[in-house]
Design a binder for this molecule. Sequence first.
Ligand code: AMP
Length: 235
Amino acid sequence: MTARPRVVVLGRQGSGKGTQGMRLAGQLGVPHLSTGDLFRAAVRAGTEVGAEVDHLLKEGLLVPDDLVIDVVRDEAERSQWSVTGYVLDGFPRTVAQAEAFFGTPHIDLPPEATSHGAFDVAISLDVPLAEARRRLATRRVCPVCGTIVSVDDAAVEAIPCPRGDGTAVRRGDDRDDAIDRRLALYERETGPLAPWFAAWGRLVTVDGTGTADAVYQRLVDSLAPFVGLTAVPPH
Ligand code: AMP
């Protein structure tokens, strides 16, 4: 067990990894890092990286591994992850990213032996494809505070944010064609990461269906042997 937990959250788009990852990071007291959020912020800020990834995000395509790895390494150093611990959401997305950051499970080194990205446990949040597609089509996100809400009718484009003064809107890549492309890419590129993490002996699979509270309780129960979390605080 570790004082500064390092957790990787895997799961297809719409599995709830953003919601669950943020809550888990809050309870563990570690930073939550979403590479999707990093790239969206870069686009908004008009940085060089933002200009490079803008069309990829809109089309639901993956950012090239080299660029993702550079951005994550910079962030790891800037935020001193080796000291703070982390919850990673949306990274790694390919085996090449995982190997660049965590080393390889085939050689007999513990994750601690790698320079950047030691990890304690990877969680795979399991949600059936049809359910994930439905969640993405009805997901609305507040650009001010990041709150994620679900609308009853996918035709409703925007609703007031329940947490603040903002308006929760559809994400640019939560449109039918981009949703299908992203889900298919996930199967092909990110699907192989579950067995990859299992090869380290540090993968837990959590049923991601049901209410967010029920999923979180299951997640905490599964993580207990790895990061010493028990009581679920009120949300
Ligand atoms: P997400 O918010 O995790 O769904 O990510 C939104 C978009 O950001 C993805 O569709 C990709 O275009 C890009 N992205 C985020 N993380 C990665 C990653 N680890 N590798 C490649 N592309 C990524």
